[in-house]
Design a protein around this ligand. Structure first.
Ligand code: ADP
Ligand code: MG
Ligand code: MG
Length: 214
């Protein structure tokens, strides 16, 4: 649809959890190559907790998308180990706060929320584009979303542009040398591998494109 209400936000979290669970093995293998081999497990646990924290169907009718994302972010922070838990949790909480008390987020509001999520991750993790992190998927995604919105696209098309850009951004981490997180300990040996957090960020944005495109 062209708006994200509480039910839509919950559907996004649920679908993100499905994609993360389905790809947990791949995410863990990516992390085994340049980190400690737990990214798939961490995120699977976090998103499963986020799904468990979602309001039930009856409650969803009376709540707001911002509250749904804040609750999901809190659950992720409390249940996800590793660097990625606080980063993903902050992203979702900031996105939820950006929605404020609105009962529906329109295409522009979702773009603001993506930017708020990006800013939150950068404040917490101090990574910039090119450091081989989830920022390398989320920053181009937020930019592509903004550009699509400016050219008149609606929510679903903007979200699709963001997901496509996140996937391209994740792929572009392969030749990068990590400058943040555990992979940075490898120095030049971190090159030649896809960053696991960028890969998972692409999944979460694909989930948004899928649910808004329904
Ligand atoms: P850990 O490294 O603690 O085991 P995970 O394996 O769950 O945590 O997550 C690793 C991912 O977290 C990396 O692939 C990277 O994308 C992301 N990451 C690590 N540090 C940062 C940071 N400072 N800023 C942004 N993202 C980061
Ligand atoms: Mg790890
Ligand atoms: Mg770890």
């Amino acid at each position: 649809g062209e708006h994200l209400d509480a039910r839509g936000a919950a559907a996004w979290i649920r679908h993100a959890a499905e994609l993360v669970t389905a790809d947990a093995g791949r995410l863990t293998r990516l992390d085994a190559a340049i980190g400690d081999g737990d990214h798939g497990h961490n995120l699977d646990r976090g998103f499963t907790a986020a799904v468990a924290a979602l309001p039930d169907e009856a409650e969803l009718a009376g709540t707001r998308p911002g509250k749904v994302l804040i609750a999901a972010g809190r659950a992720i922070v409390s249940k996800t180990g590793g660097a990625s838990g606080p980063l993903y949790g902050t992203a979702l909480r900031r996105a939820g706060k950006a929605f404020g008390d609105a009962s529906e987020a329109d295409a522009a509001a979702v773009g603001e929320a993506l930017k708020a999520a990006l800013d939150g991750i950068q404040e917490l993790g101090q990574a910039n584009e090119g450091d081989k992190t989830m920022i390398d998927a989320l920053a181009p995604a937020a930019a592509a979303y903004r550009d699509a919105l400016a050219s008149g696209a609606g929510l679903a098309a903007c979200a699709r542009a963001a997901a496509d850009a996140a996937e391209a951004g994740a792929d572009a981490t392969v030749p990068m040398q990590a400058r943040k997180g555990r992979a940075s300990y490898l120095g030049p040996r971190s090159t030649g591998h896809l960053d696991p957090g960028a890969a998972s960020t692409a999944l979460v944005l694909r989930a948004l494109a899928d649910v808004t495109g329904r």
